[in-house]
Design a protein around this ligand. Structure first.
Ligand code: ADP
Ligand code: MG
Length: 407
């Protein structure tokens, strides 16, 4: 049995018309001789009837009047509704389709409400269903805990549901259908001339995802990488090859990855930079943050001060806990972290110099920087983020611009 997994995100399932496009992709895979396992997110975005955020609003939104367990039960309804609605559309189109909850499809998850981990996927029942159906539509983002309760996987979790199912079923592909043409050289909402990439490695895309490119969840990439299942990021609305995510760095689809030092530019908004002046004990600074469950980033230790960044929403918590312990703290809110990511930059000199020059030319101050062998990060003020991302994209990835400059 040849199986392919297709995941459709919220915006792809928002309207009847959009769902019809998605159904076309299912039909196309069936014509190619696959059985199709569909994984769905809740339909639409905040404000749409059954979208995750709309459901949360029913019980007080981000300041809920219910427990996390109950919140998960509420949220999981969005995917269940979506699975049944999409399965019924497939049936109307003559496709033998069957809807299943995450639990029915075999997802066993840890009992950590709101951010459960997939422990195992027991696919016997799903495989039995596939014997007599062409397509199975599974609720993403959810699974059953060892106690039999329902827990969700956190934002973007349906991507991981899809790749975990792909791995468990040894699928030929996991296709993540979304509202962009593929993995782009930058977020197209910010960079108008961002281009879709033909091919990218698991590690590059996982790196991009950790650095803010929300097009796919990083854990989803890791799961596929371990099982060596190729992922394709494709547009729900247009035909097109999309972006192939694979392990090979040799020539795939005619592209030598070593030829591109920078693959993409990513950004993360709403970051706060914290500076602790002359700490007696800098290790205490970080153990305090760990105790508060605050993950720190960009940390840099100098003889006279220590700086690091935290997500903007956690700045107050971080500041209070440091001050209570007698530390002298200052901070800068509304920063953005920008990263140039590329497996091909290892050993290539001058990338950092180009970044610094490009930002200087635009008069954008760099508040902090860091690098690894595949990523260079800079911290800038958030109001200059879009300009900075575009400047770096122009420097490394805007081929039209470079052609013009060469002429
Ligand atoms: P879905 O609902 O299908 O899961 P998401 O909103 O989670 O969709 O992911 C798609 C979005 O990711 C795009 O609309 C785009 O704005 C954003 N995005 C950020 N960085 C990138 C990138 N480098 N390439 C493509 N999309 C990106
Ligand atoms: Mg998503």
């Amino acid at each position: 049995m040849k199986i392919t997994v297709q995941k459709f995100g919220g915006s792809s399932l928002q309207s009847e018309e959009r769902r019809s496009h998605c159904a076309e992709h299912v039909a196309a895979a069936l014509r190619d001789g696959f059985k199709v396992v569909v994984v769905v997110s809740a339909m639409g975005r905040a404000g749409d009837y059954y979208a995750t955020d709309t459901l949360l609003e029913l019980t007080g939104g981000i300041q809920p009047s219910i427990s996390k367990k109950e919140q998960d039960l509420l949220m999981s309804c969005g995917e269940n509704i979506s699975a049944v609605v999409f399965s019924s559309l497939l049936q109307q189109k003559g496709i033998r389709s069957y809807a299943m909850t995450g639990s029915e499809a075999g997802f066993r998850v840890s009992e950590v409400y709101g951010e459960a981990r997939i422990l195992d996927v027991k696919t016997e029942q799903l495989e039995a269903v596939l014997e007599s159906y062409d397509a199975v539509v599974v609720s993403g983002f959810q699974g059953e805990t060892p106690r039999g309760t329902t827990a969700t996987l956190g934002r973007g979790g349906s991507d991981t549901s899809a790749t975990a199912l792909g791995a468990a079923l040894n699928a030929s592909y996991v296709d993540i259908f979304t509202d962009v043409q593929g993995i782009m050289t930058a977020d197209p909402r910010i960079v108008k001339n961002a281009k879709p990439l033909d091919v990218i490695t698991y590690s590059e895309v996982s790196n991009m995802a950790y650095q803010g490119a929300k097009v796919i969840h990083p854990r989803a990439v890791e799961v596929a990488m371990q099982a060596e299942i190729p992922i394709r990021i494709r547009s729900s609305f247009e035909d097109g090859p999309g972006t192939l995510i694979t392990s090979s760095t040799s020539k795939v689809r005619g592209i030598d990855l070593d030829d591109r030092p920078v693959t993409a530019v990513t950004h993360v908004k709403d970051v706060s930079q914290i500076k602790v002046i002359r700490p007696q004990d800098d290790s205490l600074v970080f153990s305090l943050m760990a105790d508060q469950q605050i993950s720190v980033d960009f940390l840099s230790i100098h003889p006279d001060f220590v700086t690091f960044t935290v997500p903007g929403v956690l700045r107050n918590k971080a500041e209070v806990s440091l001050q209570e312990n007698g530390f002298d703290v200052t901070w800068t809110d509304k920063c953005a972290k920008i990263a140039a990511v590329g497996a091909g930059m290892t050993g290539v000199p001058g990338i950092a110099a180009k970044i610094v020059k490009a930002l200087k030319r635009k008069g954008i101050p760099i508040l902090q920087s860091a690098d690894s062998h595949t990523t260079i990060w800079v911290l800038v003020h958030e109001h200059q983020m879009a300009e900075a991302v575009n400047a770096l994209h122009d420097t490394f990835l805007n081929e039209e611009l470079h052609k013009k400059e060469d002429e």
